[in-house]
Design a protein around this ligand. Structure first.
Ligand SMILES: O=C(O)CCC(=O)C1=CC=C[C@@H](O)C1C(=O)O
Ligand SMILES: [Mg+2]
Length: 369
């Protein structure tokens, strides 16, 4: 693949509604968009899911920008890349910075798929023509407001509901949802808001027949999660703790979880996502695709990876309209009765809209080999 340039854009998109988790509230979306262009003028697109602040993990928009500029983009220029599957190895000696790596990796996979005339889904080996999706609902001021939100998304047809919890906003909220909806597929995500001292309290969640409890304990833990998993019958799902296939292998061996949330950004790209998927499939661990409130570009990548057969649980890739008045892509990601029809056009299959991208660009920088 002979590249002409890589352009980074710092983007700002206003969110329809603020999104609150135990980590804080997001009011708008500040992120990096990557465009990799080949000599024939085709473009591949990727998105970094690092945020303004290092709360979800240690990465931010500014650390991603400098890691890409100083280290990752020069590594791309220094290698002849014939298939994007090679990128993982090219970046390997740069520790972590997975969201920066994944953004460049994603742009190169999209570009490669377009050059081959293949959808990204097919290139990755995905088979599904449609994917089942759920939604992630942020913490609300009251349990009643949470029930209203759940009602809205159940009516829209989402295939499972995930609600954010934190100490003080947990058991009564879940109880209120269950009273109103005894049978929906329901799960909770704590974003590491609890410790081992909360185990008795958290064990009360077992009475609600939840699909899973996502990342209840520390972001860097797999030991205490194993202790907790022994204590509860509800499956534990790891998100923040899993950065690689190796992390997944160790967590599975220890019994730290029964389900894994795969986020392409958190694990450093599509190659590593696929490796975790393959391992989990071999070990009988169901996986699903997490979300980071992505624009349409990141959503497109999420849709493509979800078509792999081991993604047996609905993910967090909701419709574009869940966060955006107007997305960056055409057509937007649409969800009907909880299903997304997988686009068959080359690459991610959703076209970036140049005017919309320009409107949201704060600043940009182009790099040439
Ligand atoms: O709608 C989405 O994209 C999923 C939103 C979501 O749940 C999350 C977004 C960003 C950071 C985290 O709090 C998080 C998650 O933990 O899964
Ligand atoms: Mg999570």
């Amino acid at each position: 693949m002979e590249l002409h340039s890589i352009t980074l854009r710092a983007m700002l998109m206003r969110m329809r509604h603020p999104f609150t988790t135990s980590l804080g509230t997001e009011w708008d979306k500040y992120f990096i968009l990557v465009e990799a262009r080949d000599k024939e003028g085709r473009s591949g697109w990727g998105e970094s899911v690092a945020s303004r602040e290092p709360y979800y993990n240690e990465e931010t928009v500014s650390t991603n920008w400098s890691i890409m500029k100083e280290f990752l983009i020069p590594l791309i220029w220094a290698h002849k890349i014939s298939h994007p599957q090679e990128i993982g190895a090219i970046f390997r000696h740069i520790r972590r910075n997975n969201m920066a790596k994944a953004a460049l990796d994603g742009a190169l996979w999209d570009l490669y798929a377009k050059r081959q005339g293949l959808s990204l889904s097919r290139l990755l080996g995905g088979e599904k023509k449609e994917i089942e999706v759920g939604i992630s609902i942020g913490i609300q001021e009251t349990a009643e407001k949470m029930v209203e939100q759940v009602e809205k998304y159940v009516e829209e047809g989402y295939r499972r509901i995930k609600v954010k919890i934190q100490p003080g906003d947990d058991i009564p909220v879940v109880a209120a949802i269950r009273r109103r909806f005894p049978d929906i597929r329901l799960m909770v995500d704590a974003n590491s808001a609890y410790t081992l001292a909360d185990l008795d309290h958290l064990a009360q969640l077992d009475q609600f027949n939840l699909m899973m409890i996502e990342q209840p304990l520390a972001h860097d833990d797999i030991i205490d999660h194993a202790t907790f998993q022994k204590r509860v019958k509800t499956p534990i799902c790891l998100d923040e703790s899993i950065h690689s296939r190796e992390d997944a292998r160790k967590a599975i061996e220890l019994g730290s979880c029964k389900i894994i949330n795969i986020k392409i950004g958190r694990v450093g790209g599509l190659g590593e996502s696929k490796a975790i998927h393959d391992l989990c499939q071999e070990k009988g661990i169901p996986v699903w695709c997490g979300g980071m409130c992505e624009s349409g570009i990141g959503r497109g990548h999420n849709v493509a990876i979800t078509t792999l057969s081991g993604f047996t649980l609905p993910g967090d890739t909701a419709a574009s309209s869940r966060y955006w008045v107007q997305d960056l892509i055409d057509p937007e990601v649409m969800v009907e009765k909880g299903l997304i029809t997988v686009p068959q056009a080359p690459g991610i299959g959703y076209d970036p809209v140049a005017r919309r991208i320009d409107e949201c660009t704060l600043y940009s920088e182009a790099f040439r080999p």
